[in-house]
Write a protein that binds this ligand. Structure first.
Ligand code: HEC
Ligand code: HEC
Ligand code: HEC
Ligand code: HEC
Length: 153
């Protein structure tokens, strides 16, 4: 007899969970056309992702309008990185925004060039400097051309 009491508690709990689930799980949640490949998801989430605007365009996007910058960057050590790493997301530039930001501050460069001793990581292959001893006070771009990164000009 004493085993039935806990059994009833467990059944009541399971029942409550099923009822609550019925209210909080969206009606279009389930397995859809592509079968189990993507597992369980909410169907209306597909449309939500399609509506997300691309923020970063990649450097191919810039080359027709900014041929000179493109040429310079490509033949420099910074060919490894994206224009948008320094100028921010292009979004729908040049219609919106009409101009991308130009940041001449040290912080921009220190994001990648602060010397870090991570011997087993690719990060330490980027030439690093110590911000406190490497020409403090001056903007990096006063001595280094960011589009022709190699030796200072
Ligand atoms: C369809 C042409 C077009 C494309 C594509 C384009 N730009 Fe521009 N960009 C312009 C125009 C026009 C201006 C405003 C005029 C100017 O300052 O040269 C501008 C301004 C800028 C400025 C500010 C220049 C300044 O002197 O203030 C930056 C930085 C810039 N663009 C970077 C980029 C980058 C990076 C990309 C690629 C992700 C890009 N642009 C793609 C046409 C374009
Ligand atoms: C490492 C950071 C960095 C990268 C990468 C970079 N830029 Fe710049 N860019 C700058 C800075 C900083 C300036 C301002 C330079 C100055 O005034 O001394 C600038 C200036 C510009 C200007 C204004 C005109 C000029 O030449 O001064 C344009 C346009 C521009 N960049 C486009 C691009 C495009 C297109 C790319 C990619 C092909 C690119 N930039 C990559 C940092 C960068
Ligand atoms: C998104 C990361 C990133 C940013 C931001 C960045 N760089 Fe670089 N930089 C690199 C990479 C990657 C290289 C190529 C590997 C190397 O030479 O260290 C490089 C190379 C260089 C070199 C050549 C180093 C050498 O040993 O020849 C200089 C100089 C340089 N960058 C200066 C700057 C300046 C100045 C800024 C800021 C305007 C800047 N970088 C911003 C990633 C970055
Ligand atoms: C007053 C001019 C000046 C300023 C400002 C300056 N540098 Fe330099 N930088 C140099 C010179 C000269 C060299 C080459 C000699 C050396 O390694 O010190 C150099 C070398 C470098 C190197 C290559 C180091 C290596 O190991 O080969 C990097 C990366 C670099 N600077 C990044 C920066 C960054 C990032 C800033 C801003 C935080 C900056 N520099 C500010 C003049 C300057």
């Amino acid at each position: 007899m004493h085993v039935f009491r806990p059994l009833i508690v467990v059944l009541a709990l399971a029942g409550t969970i099923l009822i609550v689930r019925n209210f909080i799980v969206p009606s279009d949640f389930g397995v859809h056309e592509s079968g189990y490949m993507y597992g369980w998801y909410r169907k209306s989430n597909e449309g939500e992702w399609k509506a997300v605007k691309v923020k970063y365009q990649g450097k191919e996007y810039c080359q027709d309008c900014h041929a000179e910058s493109d040429q310079q960057v490509r033949s420099s050590r910074h060919n490894l990185i994206e224009c948008e790493n320094c100028h921010g997301p292009a979004l729908e530039h040049p219609s919106n925004p009409a101009k991308l930001a130009i940041d001449r501050g040290r912080e921009l460069c220190l994001r990648c060039h602060t010397h870090l001793a991570y011997p087993t990581s690719k990060r330490s292959e980027i030439s690093g400097i110590d911000a406190e001893s490497h020409n403090p006070g001056g903007d990096c771009v006063g001595c280094h051309n960011p589009h022709q990164a190699s030796k200072p000009h």
